[in-house]
Design a protein around this ligand. Structure first.
Ligand code: THU
Length: 157
């Protein structure tokens, strides 16, 4: 029997030390939380995707009275980005959230499993790592790739 260990490397940035491009994308993700439609959970999530054509596409979670019909911010953003710019490759994604008190969450919110799987598809299409920034109130996690967030992923059959 062998054992294997999978690590999830990440950088933890203080807000003030974040490089300008990342800070700009995090700001867009934070702004997107104000466009969340979340009358049921009151949990507002925003995502911003930087494409290789220089465009930034944002999305926010969209809820529905039939709860399972709702969609997370990350998938709203990535599906819209690829529908709008099908030729463009994803470069970076930033995600932010505000809790039920309306304040930005203390600790960064990682994307749910379904969003990781959806984002992985666009990382594969891009042919290179897509950096992920997860914004908390005072710190930002930087993950080197979507793949690093979804080890042992289902990618081919
Ligand atoms: N949500 C997201 O938008 N992204 C995630 O990765 C996790 C959860 C949304 C879904 C729902 O509208 C609300 O947050 C509460 O779960």
């Amino acid at each position: 029997m062998k054992t294997k260990e999978i690590v999830c490397p990440m950088k933890v940035w203080g807000f003030d030390e974040l490089p300008a491009t990342a800070a700009g994308l995090v700001a867009e993700a934070r702004q997107a939380t104000f466009r969340s439609y979340s009358p049921y959970s009151h949990f507002r999530v925003g995502a911003a995707i930087l494409l290789d054509n220089g465009e930034i596409v944002t999305g926010a979670n969209q809820e529905n009275v039939a709860y399972p019909s709702s969609l997370c911010a990350e998938r709203t953003a990535c599906y819209y980005a690829h529908a709008r710019y099908p030729e463009a490759k994803f470069e970076t994604i930033a995600i932010a959230a505000r809790g039920t008190d309306g304040e930005f969450v203390d600790d960064p919110i990682p994307p749910c499993g379904a969003c990781r799987q959806a984002l992985l598809e666009y990382e594969t299409l891009a042919g290179h790592d897509v950096k992920v920034f997860l914004a908390g109130r005072d710190c930002v996690y930087e993950l080197p790739s979507v793949r690093s967030l979804l080890p042992l992923s289902f990618s081919e059959f």
